[in-house]
Design a protein around this ligand. Structure first.
Ligand code: SAM
Length: 317
């Protein structure tokens, strides 16, 4: 399948920017895609979320530059933010891994003038995000960034009082780099979540008095009885009094072929389901994937882990 290159996405953006946003949206929604998009229409999909539409890579797109196609996790984050009214208190909202912009564009604005920024390591994601900002008339601004280098210091110079950060870093629990997205995956899957927590901590250390911050991080965690690996890290970094872990008990986890397969928390044995995913694993590597995931389960069990859990870390910065 032909996937849009960065240059092609830029030209789609240019083409759509010559239309009124409503017309551009209308074209995309009715399948009367722009002429450029029609050429590889099977490689993109339109998600609908909060009366907005989002163009992104199709689920079946493969390769390291694939842009995250799913909207359900953004919905969890935005619902959580809204339930607590965090968006109403914030002067600036920063999504540290914005993908095509589901969270940063989809988060409602009850107060006008809230600044919105999306950072992401994937330049193709940022092109999609800019297209989506254009068609949804969002003022969000996007910037290339790698959370492993921290949160850009430029945010300290903003003349704002209340920061709200969101993140949903890739959970790259991946024994041998099978997964399609550039996740810098690791055996525990948490490397990027931990980099996010560290970046947030560094950021708060330079917060001038009178400014406040909150971070809402969707995270997966290995679990051993009632101990959650990622939460323990967050407690150690910020202090337990600043961290709240909200286990998303009624959600499903562990996406295989685009569908989350298991109840949350999920027994570790189910990790091996990923080896059967046609979206994630090439047929030629199927047997290798099965053996790798099975061995990974054994190693994690040997460390005392029994389950994988998904939740939201709510951190007062
Ligand atoms: C699970 S997706 C979430 C995307 C988006 N928030 C959404 O809901 O559609 C994770 C995103 O993190 C980005 N990412 C991966 N590594 C990163 C890094 N080191 N720094 C910043 N973003 C990264 C990926 O490109 C991807 O867009």
């Amino acid at each position: 399948m032909g996937v849009y290159t960065l240059a092609e996405l830029t030209s789609i953006k240019k083409e759509l920017s010559n239309l009124l946003p409503a017309d551009a949206r209308d074209r995309l929604v009715r399948g009367r895609l722009s002429t450029t998009i029609q050429r590889k229409a099977e490689s993109v999909q339109l998600n609908r979320f909060r009366q907005k539409v989002f163009l992104t890579d199709a689920q079946s797109v493969r390769g390291s530059g694939r842009v995250y196609p799913y909207v359900d996790e953004a919905e969890l984050l935005v619902n959580y933010i809204e339930m607590h009214g965090y968006h109403t208190a914030a002067d600036v909202i920063v999504d540290l891994c914005c993908g095509c912009g589901h969270v940063i564009i989809g988060c409602p604005a009850e107060v006008t003038g809230v600044l919105r920024f999306g950072l992401d390591i994937n330049p193709r994601a940022l092109q999609f995000a800019e297209i989506n900002a254009l068609i949804n008339e969002s003022s969000a601004v996007f910037q290339l960034g790698d959370i492993r280098c921290g949160i850009p210091a430029a945010f300290h110079r903003l003349q704002v009082k209340n920061f709200l950060f969101s993140a949903n870093m890739p959970f790259g629990l991946d024994p041998s780099a099978f997964l399609p997205i550039s996740t810098s995956s690791d055996e525990r899957g948490t490397r990027l979540t931990l980099a996010t927590l560290k970046g947030l901590k560094d950021f708060t250390e330079h917060l001038v008095p009178g400014r406040t911050g909150r971070a809402v991080v969707l995270a997966y965690s290995l679990q051993s009885q009632a101990i959650y690996d990622v939460v323990e890290h967050a407690y150690a970094i910020f202090g337990p009094e600043r961290v709240r872990w909200n286990l998303l008990e009624h959600e499903r986890v562990w996406r295989v072929n685009g569908v989350k397969q298991c109840r949350n928390p999920m027994p570790l044995d189910n990790l091996t389901l990923k080896a059967e995913s046609r979206y994630d694993v090439d047929e030629a590597r199927r047997e290798e994937a099965r053996a790798s995931y099975a061995a990974l389960v054994q190693r994690l069990r040997a460390h005392g882990y029994t389950h994988l859990s998904m939740g939201i870390l709510d951190i007062r910065l």
